[in-house]
Design a protein around this ligand. Sequence first.
Ligand code: KG4
Ligand code: ZN
Length: 346
Amino acid sequence: MTRVLAIETSCDETAVAIVNNRDVLSNLVASQIEIHQPYGGIVPEVASRQHVETVNELVDTALKQAKITWADLDGVAATAAPGLIGALLVGLTTAKTLALLHNKPFLGVHHLEGHIYASYLSHPDLQPPFLCLLVSGGHTSLIYVKDCGHYETLGSTRDDAAGEAFDKVARLLDLGYPGGPVIDRLAQQGNPTAFPLPEGQVSLPTGGFHPYDSSFSGLKTAMLRLIDKLRQQGDLPVTDLAASFQATVARALTKRAIACALDYGLDTIAVGGGVAANSGLRQTLQAAAAPHRLRVLFPPLKYCTDNAAMIACAAAEHLQRGHQSPLSLGARSRMPITAVMQLYNP
Ligand code: KG4
Ligand code: ZN
């Protein structure tokens, strides 16, 4: 039994959670979406200030909801990288201070390892090796999960992340921020074959295309041109545009994930990140995986988008393996997932 309290402040959600290994005792998320909405995206300085205002109260509430005290906790964790540097520093400094005050081990956690651990929360029997398709606002990666702390990136995006593409296309259609959920809702009423769109392939210098890398900038440009043309013609079929765009993204991600799992002999694809909530991706990937007897795991929505339960779960496993971070650990805006073990004492 390893009980960990974790703080996640890498972007625009202030989140605090307590887990007992893969069992969630409390999971709080204070969303800042409404605060950033007027700006059409996240304003880093505003996010940091908001984290400072919210985090302490969330820590108190998390302990109350879990019905435990500091004496019952085995460690305190926070997301250390990657993310908005000022935002990360708020959670990291709070966690370090609490660890020092209550004499508990401190652990810095890699945000993407957290997204991988979201699948362990909803499927506690899951064991590596497996493939993780990580699709969020900032990342689109195919990660070979070998063991806790040990990962290999097999594919990634060359430009926009999948969630970023949803957000940008939603902006083109004046649908507000964040775009993913709105496009998903509209797509369900539209025709996914109404407009043929480019899936975006990444050329290899040796000829041919990269089997696992993706690119969404060409798709975004195609959408921009198409929307301009349709606007000039005075007819903007928003549901058909949303459905065609979503189907193209879902197809691109599905093709790559299935090829990757089959090539590496992995029988499970665990999906994580905000775009894992997408209904088109869920249907397309499940349908394509079935004939290959590949298992596809989608965590529930609350664990797909940013949350602290996934961070606490990753930290609990590291702590069980004797890993701890020094209190001198800094926040890093960028850090590849292959560098996770740099967060812990040798
Ligand atoms: O994982 P997440 O909460 O934050 C990051 O770490 O980036 O992902 C947020 C992203 C946003 O781009 C949002 O538009 C997208 O996930 N998203 C969706 C859906 N729900 C959220 N994209 C497509 N369909 C959805 N249903
Ligand atoms: Zn995230």
